[in-house]
Design a protein around this ligand. Structure first.
Ligand code: GLU
Length: 311
C-alpha cells in the first residue's frame, strides 16, 4: 500500500464506488484512476466502496473481479472495502429520518401508471405527484419518494462549472426505497459518502444530473456536501457510454502498466514515452505528482479510442 510517508494526512477523503454488475471496463477504470490520482495528489485517503445494493443485478464474482483488477493496476483502497449490501440498517435510519419530517411519502404507482401521465424531464418521466398528498383509497404504498420543490439546487463542479437544477420540474419526486424493497442509489450514496467522511467525489459525468438530488438529500439529512468533480465518460464509436449494456470489454489486467498509460492518455495527462516499460507504481507516482484535471474542463465525454498509447 503506497502511503504518504512524509506528509501529514490532508483531510481529503475520496472514493471509487463501482456497482459490481460485471468486470471492470475502461469507462469505470477512468473513474477509478481519476479519483485515485485526485486523492493522492492532495495527499488524501482513497477508498473503494462496492455499490452492490441492487443484489439481483450484482454478483459477488463481479466484486471480486473488480477488486482483483484494481489490485493488478496498483490501486489499493486505504481502508477496508465497504459493501452497501451490509448497510441496510443505515439506509433504514436515513429513511426513518425523512419519514419523520414528512420529506418522504409512500407511493403506490406502477411504472406504467407514471409513464401514462407524466411529462418527460431530465431523466425520463417526472413523477406527476399522484401520491404526494396520500395514497388513493384502496391502494397500498409500494415505494418511498422524496418530496421535491422548485427552489434551485446549485453546485459548482470542479470541471463542469456551476449547475442549477429545479428538482420538482426537472426530475420530480424521486424514489429512495424501491417497490421491491431495495434502497435507491441516490439515498445509499449520500448516506455512505457521509458515513465514510468523503470530502471529494470524483466520478463520471453521467452522474452530473444526479448530484442535485444528492445535495438535496444531504440537506434534508443534515449531512455535509462534498466537493464534486465529474470526469468525461468514455464513449464508443457510436457515442454510447461504455457499459455492460454496450458490451464494453473487460480491462486488460495482463498488461497493467500499458492499461494505466491508456487511461492517463484518455485523461489528457500526457504521460511521457519514458514511462513505457515502467511498473504500475512508477506510473502512478508520476501521474499523482503531475495530475492536471483542469485539462478536462468542460468535457463531458471522450471516445475511448483516443486512449491509444504507443507500446
Ligand atoms: N455506483 C455508481 C456507478 O457505478 C457510481 C456511484 C458514484 O460514484 O457516486 O455508476
Amino acid at each position: 500500500m503506497r502511503k504518504n510517508l512524509f506528509r501529514p494526512d490532508s483531510g481529503y477523503r475520496g472514493r471509487f464506488a463501482p456497482s459490481p454488475t460485471g468486470p471492470l471496463h475502461f469507462g469505470s477504470l477512468v473513474a477509478a484512476v481519476g479519483s485515485y490520482l485526485d486523492a493522492k495528489h492532495h495527499h488524501g485517503t482513497w477508498l473503494v466502496r462496492m455499490e452492490d445494493l441492487d443484489t439481483p443485478r450484482c454478483a459477488s464474482s463481479a466484486a471480486e473481479s473488480i477488486l482483483r483488477t484494481l489490485d493488478a493496476l496498483g490501486l489499493h483502497s486505504d481502508e477496508p472495502i465497504l459493501y452497501q449490501s451490509l448497510r441496510t440498517a443505515a439506509y433504514e435510519d436515513a429513511l426513518r429520518k425523512l419519514q419523520s419530517s414528512s420529506a418522504a411519502y409512500p407511493c403506490c404507482c406502477t411504472r406504467k401508471e407514471i409513464a401514462d401521465s407524466a411529462l418527460n424531464g431530465l431523466e425520463g418521466p417526472v413523477y406527476p405527484g399522484t401520491c404526494r398528498n396520500g395514497i388513493p383509497a384502496g391502494r397500498e404504498g409500494r415505494a418511498w419518494r422524496v418530496r421535491t420543490n422548485n427552489n434551485p439546487v446549485e453546485f459548482c463542479d470542479a470541471l463542469q462549472g456551476c449547475i442549477t437544477q429545479r428538482l420538482e420540474s426537472e426530475i420530480g419526486d424521486f424514489v429512495v426505497k424501491r417497490a421491491d424493497g431495495l434502497f435507491a442509489y441516490q439515498l445509499a450514496v449520500v448516506v455512505d459518502d457521509a458515513f465514510q467522511g468523503i470530502t471529494h467525489v470524483v466520478r463520471g459525468s453521467d452522474l452530473l444530473d444526479s448530484t442535485p438530488r444528492q445535495i438535496y438529500l444531504q440537506h434534508l439529512l443534515g449531512l455535509r456536501v462534498p466537493q464534486y468533480l465529474h470526469l468525461p465518460v468514455a464513449v464508443n464509436e457510436s457515442g454510447e457510454k461504455l457499459s455492460k449494456q454496450t458490451l464494453a470489454a473487460p480491462v486488460d489486467e495482463t498488461h497493467p502498466a500499458s492499461t494505466l498509460l491508456r487511461v492517463l492518455n484518455f485523461l489528457r495527462q500526457q504521460p511521457p514515452q519514458e514511462l513505457v516499460g515502467s511498473n504500475t507504481g512508477t506510473i502512478l507516482d508520476w501521474a499523482m505528482q503531475n495530475w492536471h484535471p483542469e485539462r478536462l474542463a468542460g468535457i463531458r465525454a471522450l471516445p475511448s479510442s483516443i486512449a491509444y498509447f504507443p507500446k
